[in-house]
Ligand binder design. Structure first.
Ligand code: 1CP
Length: 331
């Protein structure tokens, strides 16, 4: 999840001397920052340090991080689509991510697998039109209602770049991929089926196709559609091995919706990390009892916040190991 390492003192030290995107663009720094949480916690996987907004940059848009994302020139009307780079060469524009992945794979020495990721088309479209964070997504949703053709054109452009980008990540050494549809909750079931789901599906199927064409072994793929539990059934049939869950859905309910063959990931409320350690352990135990230990990746339901104590994250991680090992031993 985003923010895994961003509030650690060792990250703050590097980020106080380097801008956010210069860390992303430096394979050495991105590798170092990816490893920081792995050194500190007994985590089972690493996620490459980058951001979903590197794709709008590759399409030619300026994105600053001050400290949240900000686009000085967001897309205002469909005519602005003409300004975007329609033929993105991912090796040229995003080769720095591939280099960071390869470097980090080597540095991890097989200790834990490395996860690559991308934003999903609707979530990226929303940032590109809103120009930053928003609670309403009203500018981007206005496009969906008034400019459906231009919206599909933009979403398709994004989906095509994302497939190239994720194929490049697998080739560079990513062992698992995650697609973040972080703004799924802004769309109701109707808009989601029309403007988000078709592209989410397309990405997983096209990526598998492109892998087989280029003789690359596909890797497991996670879809995380935040606040999109109205779409869990459809997401489970979209070509992803894992469905990520935010904390607003009951584990048994999610399992009933996705069926037995899909793995689930999630879904403790990140704010549970404010609780005292004994309570965090109780929450973890309850979560594992509900999900079981198979076809399941224990995680939080979203990223952590600035004022959370890293020691509490450690309690969470260690409790996952303790209880799952206990459960596996008695099964
Ligand atoms: O945890 C990590 O450091 C892993 C790398 C990572 C990932 C997987 C970062 C670094 N960003 C992301 C994904 C990402 N970025 C998502 C999808 C996950 C999610 O839903 O949170 C989203 C929505 C973004 C966009 C973004 N980037 C935001 C959210 C703004 C909003 O609209 O609420 C923010 C604050 C960023 C900045 C960012 N990205 C990553 C870090 C470490 C930071 C903080 C920059 C800093 O303070 O140094």
């Amino acid at each position: 999840m985003r923010q895994a390492g961003r509030y650690l003192p060792e990250y703050m030290q590097i980020s106080s001397k380097n801008g956010f995107f210069s860390i992303c663009r430096s394979p050495e720094l991105a590798c170092e920052v990816t490893l920081q949480p792995i050194r500190r916690f007994n985590l089972d996987a690493a996620i490459i340090f980058s951001d979903i907004l590197v794709i709008p940059q590759a399409l030619g848009m300026q994105v600053d991080m001050i400290p949240g994302p900000s686009f000085p020139e967001p897309l205002c009307t469909p005519a602005d689509l003409e300004k975007l780079n329609k033929n993105v060469d991912v090796n040229k524009e995003l080769g720095y991510v591939f280099q960071a992945i390869t470097k980090t794979r080597h540095a991890l020495e097989g200790k834990v697998p490395l996860i690559g990721f991308s934003g999903a088309p609707w979530t990226l479209m929303s940032y590109m039109i809103e120009g930053g964070s928003t609670t309403t997504h009203s500018k981007a949703k206005r496009w969906l209602y008034t400019e459906p053709e231009a919206s599909h054109q933009l979403l398709q452009l994004l989906a095509d770049v994302i497939v190239d980008y994720l194929l490049g990540q697998i080739k560079a050494g990513a062992q698992l991929l995650q697609l973040f549809e972080s703004h799924a909750g802004a769309l109701g079931p109707g808009l989601f089926s029309k403007f988000a789901l078709p592209y989410i599906r397309q990405i997983s199927y096209k990526l598998k196709e492109r892998c087989s064409e280029s003789g690359v072994t596909p890797v497991p793929f996670i879809i995380f559609a935040k606040d999109g539990h109205f779409a869990l059934e459809e997401l489970s049939g979209s070509g992803y091995e894992v469905v990520g869950l935010d904390w607003t859905i009951r584990p048994t309910n999610a399992r009933n919706k996705v069926g037995a063959s899909i793995s689930l990931q999630g879904n403790l409320d990140p704010c549970a990390l404010y609780a005292p350690p004994e309570e965090i352990k109780r929450h973890v135990k309850e979560m594992l009892q509900k999900f079981g230990t198979q076809k399941y990746i224990a995680n939080l339901g979203h990223g952590i916040y600035r004022d959370m104590n890293p020691d509490h994250l450690e309690v969470f991680v260690n409790a996952v190991h303790t209880y799952s090992e206990e459960m596996n031993a008695t099964q």
